[in-house]
Design a protein around this ligand. Structure first.
Ligand code: 3HC
Ligand code: NAI
Length: 708
């Protein structure tokens, strides 16, 4: 195995190279290697200056995130990089950090301890720790304001977004951009620096004086709005503020105190879970890593409605030429107008250039025929939900598509195998279930039919990445993972209003829990008619005598579909601002009276538990039935498709943090009151709760057994 850190001499400059693939994280051995290499270089009279560089695709991408769990569980002591960084800063020879890829977290903290930083034009720097529920823990909140200024440091530490090379140079984080060979540029920079006095970041306080205190107030307000419920962004602001009030060492001590508070929090455990869950989700045990992939060079989409338009944009955004077909010129024009409007609004926000918009539009061919479909490598279907129509369309495209062309349905609930039966290529048929708006939401459920080929699944996973989505494998069950779990969640929200909670109380309780919006507000946004249509399609599957929600069908019968009609559960003004609707309240009361439902006061705690534990219990069924491969996959679905708060880790991780025995006991309570049909605990949940297991431990067990 190559050394984690190596040292060689080049033109009287010591080159210290970190080789800890894939991202040169500061795993055990790396800090030690850096320390001994720097000491050796400092002691060598032949060395004029030192360059630190990363091997492979990046500089240091941060601390090794896997280590945090070991520290929290007591398996490893909490180390500190501070002494190493001080040694680098105190080195008698200039230390030049050569950055490519990403200098993130502890990586940027190491870089800032150097005397100079040079950077490749494509590289990024950042303090993304808040995205893991922690704050910089190696003086990032103290050195960054000294280099970049307080406002920039607050922004970077509290919100965690990366900064490109030019921005980093403009704000003072780096000293030079090296076009061409980074190492050669860094070595020549180092030789020049050798004769000059070299500055210590910790001694530079010119950017700290006269700090406007409003910077912190504004950042706190912004964090309260955009990072609602999260503790780390506020802690990061406090830590940077302390850099303006305390000497460097005391500022570091304050940072350490805040770091520890965050590290030991459930929020941080949840966000770290979410980080690894997203990276584990593309691994499908029976689909080997080296499965050959189909090439996707051209795509075609059928239907330019709400979803088809967004799917078309996804392909164009990834540079893949795409045909979009409709049935009428009017529908096609409407679809293309929406696509143009979406792009234009991104251009207006400054997030896309006009040239890029034009280029993307030039990749889209709108038409009313199947011309060119025989050239497509993948055809995505997004026509109205209905089995008969889906089968007709799949029959048509099967006759036209070239051999090897993948046929993907965006159906929300329908049986993929039945859709595939309309073709002669069921091994090439699967679900690609996007979430609305399809060009924005990151989730893509990849639905495996019984005949879907492994190469088709592997290609779909790779394609998801190319389209900037996170692909999650789902089994072919009604509603797949996400929508299947949503049904009992929405059911409970509706039962709660029938039992006496107001629409506003239900929405507020779930919003305060951390959901982007309450369940009834979500129904109004998505359109109540969507669920109404689905219920009609599956009416024959309803079990007689089992309680069903009473009000949403009535709202739909009255033409109250939610935001788009100005009324649904709530009333909406022309800016789509919601207000309580007394008519809905009266309708609910009347429906409850007619059905003999007793009305009572309902606590916020009950609202949250009924809705969230309905998700958890259905998630446990989904997992037990093998519809999801891992509990973590379910979490990824809910974090990326339903705006579940990442700082709670997803519904299954949340259940683990509550404790499965407590979750089971509460579900049993609901079962006593509402009956077996609605609240039978999943066998898997019961088994885990009774044997001291967790969803996380189950995932780890399965991973170990899959690995051999
Ligand atoms: N520690 C441990 N593993 C890491 C890691 C880290 N800091 N960063 C990435 N990895 C792993 C991933 O889990 C993945 O592993 P896998 O192949 O087994 O699934 C592999 O490296 C590649 O990662 P990605 O799939 O994410 O690769 P990308 O090229 O898409 O992205 C990246 C690379 C931008 C570096 C991205 O991985 C990333 O953002 N990593 C996290 C960076 C971060 O948060 N750093 C701060 C850590 S906390 C810290 O430094 C505290 C300090 O203040 C003391
Ligand atoms: P939509 O009604 O907005 O669009 C459907 C479009 O398909 C219409 O423009 C229609 O003219 C067109 N169409 C019908 N038959 C066609 C044919 N033979 N050839 C070409 N075009 C045809 O519907 P939406 O919401 O886009 O839904 C499409 C599919 O996506 C459905 O299966 C739905 O269940 C699913 N879906 C919808 C989501 C949503 O939030 N709206 C989310 C995820 C999936």
């Amino acid at each position: 195995m190559p050394e984690l850190v190596s040292l060689r001499l080049e033109d009287r400059v010591a080159v210290v190279t970190i080789s800890n693939p894939p991202v040169n994280a500061l795993s055990p051995g790396v800090p030690e290697g850096l320390r001994s290499s720097i000491a050796a270089a400092a002691a060598d009279p032949a060395v004029l200056a030192i360059v630190i560089i990363g091997d492979g695709r990046t500089f240091i991408a941060g601390a090794d995130i896997r280590e945090f769990g070991k520290v929290v569980s007591g398996e490893r002591p909490r180390g500190s990089l501070l002494p190493l960084l001080r040694e680098i800063e105190d080195c008698s020879k200039p230390v030049i950090m050569a950055i490519h890829g990403t200098a993130f977290g502890g990586g940027l903290e190491v870089a800032m301890a150097g005397h100079y930083r040079v950077i490749a034009p494509s590289a990024q720097v950042g303090q993304p720790e808040v995205k893991l529920g922690i704050i910089p823990g190696a003086a990032g909140t103290q050195r960054l304001p000294r280099l970049a200024g307080v406002a920039k440091a607050v922004e970077m530490c509290a919100f965690g977004d990366p900064v490109g090379a030019r921005d980093a140079q403009a704000c003072g984080v780096v000293d030079a951009i090296i076009e061409g060979d980074l190492l050669a540029g860094a070595v020549s920079f180092a030789r020049e620096a050798a004769g000059r006095p070299h500055p210590k970041t910790r001694d530079r306080d010119e950017k700290l004086s006269n700090t406007d205190p409003a910077i912190f107030d504004r950042a706190r307000q912004q964090a309260a709005k955009t990072r609602r419920g999260q503790m780390a962004p506020l802690a990061a602001i406090d830590a940077v503020e302390s850099a303006t009030r305390l000497p460097f060492d005391e500022g570091c001590a304050r940072e350490a105190e805040l770091f520890d508070r965050c590290l030991y929090s459930t929020q941080s455990k949840s966000l770290i879970h979410a980080f690894f869950a997203e990276r584990g989700v593309s691994k499908i045990p029976d689909v080997p890593k080296n499965t050959p992939l189909f090439e996707i060079r051209r795509a075609a989409v059928i239907g330019a409605g709400t979803m088809g338009g967004g799917i078309t944009m996804n392909y164009a955004n990834a540079g893949i030429p795409v045909i979009v077909k409709e049935t009428t010129q009017e529908a096609l024009d409407r679809g293309m107008a929406t696509i143009r409007k979406n792009y234009a609004s991104t251009v207006k926000k400054g997030k896309l250039s006009q040239a890029a918009m034009d280029q993307r539009l030039s990749l889209i061919t709108p038409q009313l025929t199947y011309d060119g479909f025989d050239q497509a490598d993948i055809i995505a279907e997004a026509v109205f939900e209905g089995m008969a129509l889906k089968k007709q369309v799949f029959g048509e495209i099967d006759a036209i598509a070239k051999p090897g062309c993948i046929l993907a349905s965006n159906t929300s609930y329908l049986d993929i195998d039945e859709i595939a039966s309309a073709t002669h290529r069921s091994e090439l048929v699967l679900g690609h279930h996007y979430f609305s708006p399809a060009n924005v939401m990151r989730l893509l459920e990849i639905v495996r039919g019984k005949a879907t080929g492994k190469a088709v699944l592997a290609t779909s996973m790779a394609l998801a990445k190319r389209l900037n989505k996170v692909g999650v494998l789902a089994g072919n069950a009604r509603g797949f993972i996400g929508n299947r779990m949503l049904t009992p969640y929405l059911r409970e929200a509706q039962f709660l209003v029938e039992e006496g909670a107001s629409v506003e109380e239900v929405n507020q309780a779930l919003y305060d829990f951390g959901m982007a919006m309450g369940p009834l507000a979500m129904g109004d946004l998505a359109g109540l008619d969507v669920g109404w249509r689905v219920r009609k399609e599956f009416k024959h599957l309803e079990k007689p005598g089992v309680r069903v929600p009473l009000v949403s069908d009535r709202l739909c019968e009255m033409g109250r579909f939610g935001q788009k009609t100005g009324r649904g559960w709530s009333r909406y003004d022309e800016n789509r601002q919601a207000s309580p609707d007394p008519e809905t309240a009266a309708l609910i009361e009347q429906a409850a009276r007619e059905a003999g439902i007793e009305r009572r006061n309902i606590t916020r705690e009950e609202i949250v538990d009924r809705c969230i534990l309905a998700l958890v219990n259905e998630g446990a069924y989904v997992l037990g039935e093998g519809i999801a491969l891992r509990a973590a996959d379910i979490d990824v679905v809910y974090l990326n498709g339903y705006a579940f708060p990442a700082w709670r880790g997803g519904p299954m991780f949340y259940a683990d943090t509550v404790g499965l025995p407590a979750v089971l006991a509460r579900i049993e309570e609901f079962r006593q009151r509402h009956g077996d049909d609605l609240w039978s605990p999943a066998a898997l949940l019961r088994r885990l709760a009774e044997t001291g297991g967790t969803f996380g431990s189950l995932d780890r067990q399965r991973e170990t057994s899959a690995g051999g």
